[in-house]
Write a protein that binds this ligand. Structure first.
Ligand SMILES: [Zn+2]
Length: 303
């Protein structure tokens, strides 16, 4: 099992149906959970798919439409009721902070959970960072201010070759430097080049979450050549005019975007409730891009 994976809680759009729930995705990085959007029912879906939301400290909102936000009051109440004095940071626009503060202030005021806000803007910025990953925003083109999020692993240390390090008597206190690429200088001044003591680091992986947006080719450069691209596929090509007017994309356009970015794989989603055959999204995107994963609730995708 990969230590960087994406759990889909909801991949429907505005209108929930018996087949699809509104938007919510959980990024699981080494058992630290990050939620992107929290549509209605997200907490129930998380239980159903056995995700431990007490391991979640960050929620990233793409925009303030109900199908991406309305699961939050219930989720925050539940996390509060669970006790343990948790804390949660919600990344959203100024307006989101104002509205949600009021809701939590009323419904969760006596609960032992601390909710903080990181106010973001609809422009490119790094909004979260720890020792292993960064999360940055990409401005999207929807009917209201909207951002996508790109989760990127930081460059990783090189792999130590234990046998060679023992052979050259590298002291433990030097191992970190060697992992970070330094040569080892022996007490007699001999230099042991780093490549003799280490092998290449694992490549840094990346996931982009792009919802909701009209198809915008110039986005490709901002997203970059990610390992996994979630790009909304609200509509099919026959409704491309409506897609454009509503600030959404078709499956064909999502396929084109994956190709333009140089992404390795495309994950579909945010399906309009008008379509009954989900596989049509996959088939249409496949005409533009070869690696398409058809999204559904409960799906786990390794990055
Ligand atoms: Zn939406």
């Amino acid at each position: 099992m990969s230590d960087f994976r994406i759990h889909t809680l909801g991949c429907g759009s505005a209108k929930p149906t018996l087949r699809h729930q509104p938007s919510s995705t959980v990024v699981d990085y080494h058992d630290n959970l990050f939620m992107v959007d929290c549509g209605e029912g997200a907490q129930i879906a998380a239980q159903r798919f056995r995700l431990k939301l007490n391991r979640m400290r960050h929620i990233f909102l793409t925009h303030l439409h109900g199908d991406h936000v309305l699961g939050l009051p219930g989720l925050v109440s539940t996390l509060g009721l669970a006790g343990g004095g948790g804390h949660l940071t919600i990344h959203t626009f100024k307006e989101g902070e104002r509205i949600l503060n009021e809701i939590f202030g009323f419904f969760s005021r006596d609960l032992p959970i601390k909710v903080e806000f990181n106010v973001i803007r609809p422009e490119e910025a790094v909004v979260f960072e720890n020792n292993s990953i960064t999360v940055r925003t990409v401005p999207l083109r929807h009917r209201i201010p909207t951002v996508g999020y790109v989760f990127e692993e930081k460059e990783k240390p090189r792999h130590i070759d234990r046998r060679m390090c023992d052979f050259h008597q590298v002291p433990v206190c030097q191992l970190r430097n060697v992992k970070n690429g330094s040569d080892f200088i022996k007490p007699d001044g001999t230099i042991v080049p780093n490549r003799m003591l280490t092998s290449d680091a694992d490549p840094a992986r990346s996931y982009a979450h792009i919802s909701d947006t009209a198809y915008t080719p110039s986005l490709a450069e901002k997203i970059g050549a990610v390992d996994l691209l979630f790009h909304e596929t609200t509509y099919l090509d026959i409704h491309r005019k409506e897609a454009k007017a509503r600030g959404h994309s078709t499956a064909r356009e999502a396929g084109r975007m994956a190709a333009l970015c140089g992404a390795k794989r495309l994950l579909t989603g945010h399906y309009s409730s008008r379509y009954k055959d989900d596989d049509a999204f996959r088939r249409e995107a496949l005409e533009e891009f070869p690696e398409v994963i058809l999204n559904r609730e409960g799906l786990t995708t390794n990055v």
